[in-house]
Design a binder for this molecule. Sequence first.
Ligand SMILES: [Zn+2]
Length: 236
Amino acid sequence: MPGLIDEIPSSALAVYAHPDDGDVACGGSLARWAANGCEVHLVVCTDGGRGTTDPAVEPEELASRRAEELAASARLVGLSSSLLLGLPDGELTDGPELRGELVAQLRRLQPEVVLGHDPTAVFFGQHYFNHRDHRMAGWALLDAVSPAAALPLYFPEHGPPHQVRATYLSGTLEPDVWVDVTDTIDVKVAAVLCHQSQFAEPGEWAGEAVRLRAEEEGRRAGVPYAEGFRHLQFGA
Ligand SMILES: [Zn+2]
């Protein structure tokens, strides 16, 4: 099927802004890869401490609840590690501080492929536009992958250079590859449902929404369930 990508990378690093983003964006792909021997790591940039409509919630309390939710979902997905950088939610800046931190993680973990937010995706229909932290994290990650992590004179204090082979950008308006997540859609739904702090109404409706979204991408890829990405390859 054109656009369907079957590779199982040997290692992958997903970098997302908030604790639930990775599961929503690519939990099915991460679970599929992990189940097939890929070492999968996740770095979450913010503490997620502002992700609520309830004014009575303390940001620290919410952040610690979200860290627990992430730990539970990471076990389901089969992550090798998950790391919260703990930057303040809503305040991500695409600057040398975040870029340097991501270069350090890329050089430490040396992933073959990287996943993250597509920062060029801004407007989704007429009711939603992409969260600022997603845009900032997406740009910082791209610039960290190339050229910064790959060239020795960028951030020499963060270790020897590392060349990522490919990136998969999620939340994109222009997907050009799809990963078949038919075997892992149930894991993805369960992982998303771990993040109950993000749902105004507790319950299963969010799982249904995740399933419908994966079905939609599946139709474009010719499989029951899929996740779509903008794909970039380096050094080929
Ligand atoms: Zn988010």
